[in-house]
Design a protein around this ligand. Structure first.
Ligand code: SF4
Ligand code: SF4
Length: 85
């Protein structure tokens, strides 16, 4: 019965964030990135794109603002910033 209410991981391409997100969003500094790909691997929405150093970014149409990408980044090259500033 509940299975229809649960979306599978990395299903965001079918579920646009629309008007809601937590109050923060990721900001990629793009200065110390080593292209380790960890942010991309951990993102539950599968909405991070990039392959080269300092070229990673999130598609904010799908990002939910969970902050995992910033948490995992070994170079601290992602900051969670207030969306309203
Ligand atoms: S905050 Fe980062 S990990 Fe979370 S959904 Fe957005 S891009 Fe993905
Ligand atoms: S986790 Fe940080 S260093 Fe690794 S690819 Fe993402 S932004 Fe670059």
């Amino acid at each position: 019965m509940f299975s229809v209410l649960v979306s599978s991981a990395k299903s965001s391409k079918q579920n646009k964030t629309g008007s809601w997100r937590s109050l923060t969003m990721p900001k990629y500094l793009q200065t110390n990135c080593i292209a380790c790909n960890l942010c991309k691997l951990i993102c539950p929405e599968g909405c991070i794109e990039g392959k080269e150093k300092n070229k990673y970014d999130s598609n904010l149409q799908y990002c939910k603002g969970c902050g995992l990408c910033a948490y995992i980044c070994p170079k601290k090259d992602i900051e969670m910033v207030n969306e309203n500033k």
